[in-house]
Design a binder for this molecule. Structure first.
Ligand SMILES: NC(=O)c1ccc[n+]([C@@H]2O[C@H](COP(=O)([O-])OP(=O)(O)OC[C@H]3O[C@@H](n4cnc5c(N)ncnc54)[C@H](OP(=O)(O)O)[C@@H]3O)[C@@H](O)[C@H]2O)c1
Length: 276
């Protein structure tokens, strides 16, 4: 498994697992838990969830999936912006910990920027680290200007920015990714297969056929190519998890990358950060 290093030295797998849209349908629950467990067995031990997902039910499902193997997992959850204040963040965190059945998060993120000042969120996150409730913290959906503001506002401990980044959403390459690399902050790339839409793309299909891999494997290997980017695909069944896992063994050649650049061109100018 390829790895990515957080600023504090912690190494995590470059390929993790998402959980948005899980726990929405009782009939799929067993498959979703089996998918997460099989991913953990394969080494995709970073699991991303949020208090928002299925109104907390996704965290409960993840808690069930990691029961008995919690210590092997790098557990990530996120707080709503309105909960990221001095008064509310510790309550939101406690509620997430309870649903997840654990005593600490490996990483806690601000889900997106809201009305609470970034400096206040940074302070509230720092308190949670001191209390041992979270091991590190970061943000999500923050563009380069927001990141610069955060770092200037006592946010230098920010461990990551989780953003929409995939072959069809290369905007962050213009300024956000270079900014993060300069500050040694790795990226978590969400929706790395564009919520499944990339998997029907004919140009990607041609390239994947030439490489001898599936479309998902090529899209994920591309997202992880820099060594500073963690891909967190969501897969609701074991077959998709196995398919995705093989992306961690796939090294794209210079020719492969050139074909992908031709089919999915990098940005020529600044593109405001998109979010889903
Ligand atoms: N911070 C944020 O604001 C934010 C926003 C969006 C997402 N996220 C996080 O990022 C994770 C991933 O993003 P996402 O769920 O939006 O989209 P995604 O991972 O790009 O796509 C998920 C979709 O792709 C399908 N899929 C995955 N692997 C496949 C494979 N090998 N073959 C065929 N289909 C496959 C899944 O189907 P099945 O379920 O049938 O396997 C699902 O429909 C989320 O789950 C969440 O944890 C964060």
């Amino acid at each position: 498994m390829k790895t990515v290093r957080f600023p504090d030295g912690c190494l995590v797998p470059a390929l993790g697992q998402g959980s948005w849209m899980m726990a929405e349908h009782p009939a799929r629950r067993a498959d979703e838990i089996a998918a997460l467990r099989s991913g953990i067995e394969l080494g995709m031990t970073l699991i991303d969830t949020a208090e928002m997902y299925a109104d907390g039910e996704s965290e409960r499902l993840v808690g069930e999936a990691i029961a008995g193997v919690r210590d092997q997992v790098f557990l990530v959850s996120k707080a709503y912006p309105q909960n990221a204040s001095r008064d509310r963040l510790s309550h939101a965190c406690e509620a997430s910990l309870k649903r997840l059945g654990t005593d600490r998060l490996d990483l806690y993120l601000l889900h997106w920027r809201g009305a609470v000042p970034l400096a206040e969120t940074a302070e509230a996150m720092t308190r949670l680290v001191a209390a041992g409730k979270i091991l590190r913290w970061g943000v999500s959906n923050l563009d380069a200007d927001d990141m610069a503001e955060l770092i200037a506002a006592d946010g230098a401990a920010c461990a990551t920015d989780q953003i929409l980044y995939n072959l069809a959403r290369r905007g962050p390459e213009h300024d956000l990714l270079p900014w993060l690399t300069d500050h040694s902050i790795p990226v978590m790339a969400y929706s790395p297969v564009e919520q499944g839409r990339l998997l029907g793309n004919p140009r990607l299909g041609e390239i994947a056929a030439r490489i001898g891999a599936t479309l998902a494997q090529v899209a994920l290997a591309w997202t992880m190519r820099s060594g500073h980017s963690i891909a967190i695909p969501k897969a609701g069944n074991v077959a998709h998890v196995r398919d995705n896992f093989a992306a961690s063994q796939l090294d794209l050649t210079t020719d492969d990358l050139a074909s992908l650049d031709a089919a999915f061109p990098p940005p020529r100018q600044r593109v405001p950060l998109e979010m889903l």
